[in-house]
Design a protein around this ligand. Structure first.
Ligand SMILES: *[C@@H]1O[C@H](CO)[C@@H](O)[C@H](O)[C@H]1NC(C)=O
Ligand SMILES: *[C@@H]1O[C@H](CO)[C@@H](O)[C@H](O)[C@H]1NC(C)=O
Ligand SMILES: *[C@@H]1O[C@H](CO)[C@@H](O)[C@H](O)[C@H]1NC(C)=O
Ligand SMILES: *[C@@H]1O[C@H](CO)[C@@H](O)[C@H](O)[C@H]1NC(C)=O
Length: 373
């Protein structure tokens, strides 16, 4: 089981700030604060010293956009990078690389750590699966970093409120790993359903905490359809065709993601009542991804959306003995024709598609774009 476990450990190395300012800025934020896991980590995991999977610090990771490995778990940019660009801001530096002199022209920072969970590490240690965690830098640890940084950004409540009302707070995606860890050590869907309210509570608590600290605009993403992910399809595949939907995804695992998202949306509704002055925006990652999973070619994914671009063989090109970056694996020649990058994470092309759905599309509730001051 431990072996299986290693497969989700995809990390990233070496951060790099690419300052690309787009001419049109549909979003109007002065700064962005991001919390999350490998879907949005721009370098913290590697900086935290957890180098168990050093391949993430080498090509082909980063090959498409940065042309070298940056610490991102993809071939290029992530959703958070596209949101930064849409705001006319530089890509967020990872918190663990933030230098004092960068505070003079500060436009936000990224606290996300690959492998991070919404629940604290203690929860997993109490269930004797703590050893499989890649990192203890859970959501509450990331909030602690924010609190620490805050004192160097503003002092009085008035000053902080003024500062943060022009900021966007991205709370997630987070929570996916809470389930991944448990599934990959043999947890059943039925067992894991019981943990969904706890994970959702951790996310909503973090959201409340940030609002209490002065956040006004918050984007809280749900989970991707895990039943369409190459790693789940490989590990939990079945000879029983009725377990797959018409897109070739595992129905029961997608139902699990949907249930998480449903509970998260309901919890956010309650938060909106508690904090009517805040704009709490739900981001439908599931729906955005389903668009291209359902009609890959129509959205430019000619290589398909379920098979990984980079891997070492098997029906979904995900092979635990030859994961992306390891001997025996190779990356496809055109990553932008694939949605899945390494079996676990998505390609830049897929993340761009999701970001477009948030910034220009209909996959946020309420719409992100109307949040202009
Ligand atoms: C997490 O914390 C536990 C207990 O404090 C420690 O034994 C473990 O090494 C830590 N794990 C990581 C990945 O840092
Ligand atoms: C196949 O799966 C369906 C539902 O998932 C189940 O009802 C059926 O019994 C399964 N068939 C076999 C042969 O296991
Ligand atoms: C998985 O990788 C191992 C090691 O490179 C290789 O021997 C094996 O044939 C691969 N499996 C598939 C299904 O390609
Ligand atoms: C949103 O649309 C604008 C104008 O068409 C485009 O320039 C921009 O790249 C889009 N944003 C994203 C994140 O795709």
């Amino acid at each position: 089981m431990k072996m299986l476990f290693t497969l989700i450990l995809s990390f990233c190395l070496i951060f790099y700030f690419n300052v690309e300012i787009v001419s049109t800025s549909p979003l109007h934020y002065d700064s962005i604060f991001n919390f999350g896991d490998s879907l949005s980590d721009t370098g913290n995991f590697l900086l935290s010293g957890a180098m168990a999977f050093p391949v993430i610090g080498q090509l082909p990771y980063g090959e498409t956009f940065f042309r070298h490995a940056t610490g991102r778990c993809s071939d290029g940019r992530l959703v958070v990078d596209f949101i930064s660009e849409a705001s006319g801001l530089p890509h967020l530096p990872p918190y663990l690389a933030l230098r004092k002199d960068q505070l003079h022209s500060f436009h936000g920072v990224n606290f996300a750590v690959a492998g991070a969970t919404a629940l604290d590490a203690k929860f997993f240690y109490d269930q004797s699966i703590g050893k499989v965690l890649w990192t203890n830098d859970s959501l509450s640890v990331q909030l602690g970093w924010f609190k620490q940084l805050k004192s160097s950004l503003c002092t009085t409540k008035q000053e902080c409120d003024n500062y943060f009302k022009k900021s966007l707070f991205l709370v997630g995606e987070i929570g996916g790993n809470d389930y991944n860890y448990a599934y990959f050590v043999g947890g059943s869907i039925k067992q894991l359903r019981a943990s969904v309210p706890l994970v959702v509570e951790a996310i909503t608590k973090a959201t409340s905490f940030l609002i209490e600290e002065g956040a006004v605009e918050l984007l809280v993403p749900g989970n991707f359809p895990i039943g369409c992910s190459a790693v789940y399809l490989t590990l939990f595949g079945s000879p029983n065709k009725t377990e797959y939907d018409r897109n070739g995804c595992l129905k029961a695992y997608n139902a699990f993601s949907k249930n998480h998202n449903y509970q998260l949306k309901r919890a956010l509704d309650m938060l909106r009542q508690k904090y009517p002055h805040a704009r709490i925006i739900y981001a439908d990652y599931y729906g955005a991804a389903m668009r291209f999973i359902h009609a890959p070619r129509h959205h430019g994914f000619t290589g398909g959306t379920l098979t990984a671009c980079c891997g070492g063989g098997g029906p979904y090109n995900f092979n635990n003995s030859a994961r992306c970056g390891h001997i025996g694996s190779r990356a496809c020649s055109n990553p932008s024709s694939h949605a899945n990058w390494d079996g676990i994470h998505l390609t830049e092309a897929a993340y761009r598609y999701v970001a477009m759905g948030l910034v220009n599309g209909t996959f946020t509730t309420p719409p992100l774009r109307s949040s202009l001051k």
